[in-house]
Design a protein around this ligand. Structure first.
Ligand code: KG4
Ligand code: ZN
Length: 340
């Protein structure tokens, strides 16, 4: 039996969770700072770091008490060490190092995107690699061939903005509060997806790569132009058109990624994977292509530490250990060897 306590602090959620043998989650606590950052229309890195420092000790106590455990019951401490906001990551890494040292526990570094993928192992006990996973979050959008629990290959990714970033920016120009992804989802459900013409980007020679910056700029220009000529933007319609453009970019590439990798199982992960329109379109096309799909519950799409605690088990099994000189990294590809 392997019990792991995991810390997640890569962006604006401070989270602690405890896993048993990977897939069983004994406790999981998440403290979102979103309301605080909403005042500024986006995440303020320095505020994020300070808030992590304020809450990480209490959250760890809560996670232990909810699981009815003490430090003596743990086999390892895990922490998200990349990618993310460097100051925010360093809070988690520093805390995890201290906790591991004080309690004589091994330290396991976990890649945030690997954690998002692992959220599916919690939701679906029968799910095993290999499979193709679409990871769509606030900072990343990529197709990954998950060859094994700790072996990954990137099949395609965004060249510029992540889908979540584009959702949040579009929401912002429409005057919706940060983070606007979920509200865009609700608005799009009532909108007419044919009213506004928005661009779709193709990257010659790299058919599985994506680009969302042109779409983002087109939305900003459209809204500014409307303001200048005194036209009213129909918000649900723009949300629907925008969502349609994002789906047009992601859905066919997801199916093609499965075909190229020779996988019959398709999985999704990350905050944008909560989008109901994207899920419906992916489900339809995956069914048509004869793929088996796993779409995690919304509670496991956004940032949490349960997914980190789950992936940590597989890293632990693979022998991954960090020393007390472990660093945090703002950027790191999901298929890179762990930097220990
Ligand atoms: O995975 P996540 O919680 O954090 C990162 O690692 O980035 O993703 C957050 C992103 C935000 O951009 C948020 O607006 C977006 O996920 N998001 C959504 C929805 N729910 C959250 N985007 C579209 N539709 C949603 N329902
Ligand atoms: Zn994330």
């Amino acid at each position: 039996m392997t019990t792991i306590l995991a810390i997640e602090s890569s962006c604006d959620e401070t989270a602690v969770a405890i896993s048993r043998d990977g897939r069983e989650i004994l406790s999981s606590v998440v403290l979102s700072q979103a309301e605080m950052h909403a005042l500024y229309g986006g995440v303020v890195p320095e505020i994020a770091s300070r808030k992590h420092i304020e809450s990480i000790t209490d959250l760890t106590r809560t996670a232990l008490s909810e699981a009815n455990l003490t430090a003596k019951d743990l086999d390892a401490v895990a922490v998200t060490y990349a990618p993310g906001l460097i100051g925010a990551l360093l809070v988690g890494v520093g805390f995890a190092k201290g906790y591991a040292y004080a309690n004589g526990l091994p330290l396991i570094p976990v890649h945030h995107i690997r954690g998002h993928i692992a959220a599916n192992y919690i939701a679906f006990p029968e799910l095993k690699p290999p499979f193709v996973c679409l990871v769509a979050s606030g900072g990343h959008t990529l197709f990954v061939d998950v060859k094994d629990y700790t072996k990954f290959e990137i099949l395609g990714s965004t060249r510029d903005d992540a889908a979540g970033e584009a959702f949040d920016k579009c929401a912002r120009v429409l005057g919706l509060p940060y983070p606007g992804g979920a509200e865009m989802d609700r608005l799009a459900a009532q909108g007419d997806a044919t009213r506004y013409k928005l661009p779709r980007a193709n990257i010659r020679g790299e058919e599985l790569d994506l680009s969302f910056s042109g779409l983002k700029t087109a939305v900003i220009n459209l809204v500014h132009h409307a303001e200048q000529v005194g036209e009213e933007i129909v918000k649900p319609d723009l949300a629907a058109c925008f969502t349609d453009a994002v789906c047009d970019a992601i859905v066919p590439r997801a199916i093609e990624a499965c075909r190229r990798a020779g996988r019959k199982t398709f999985v999704i992960a990350g905050g944008v994977a909560a989008n109901s329109h994207l899920r419906a379109r992916l489900q339809k096309e995956a069914d048509r292509a004869g793929l088996t799909t796993y779409f995690p519950p919304l509670s496991l799409c956004g940032d949490n530490a349960a997914m980190i605690a789950c992936q940590a088990y597989f890293e632990y099994q693979a022998g991954v250990r960090a020393g007390l000189d472990l660093n945090a990294y703002a950027t790191m590809a999901v298929d890179e060897e762990p930097k220990l």
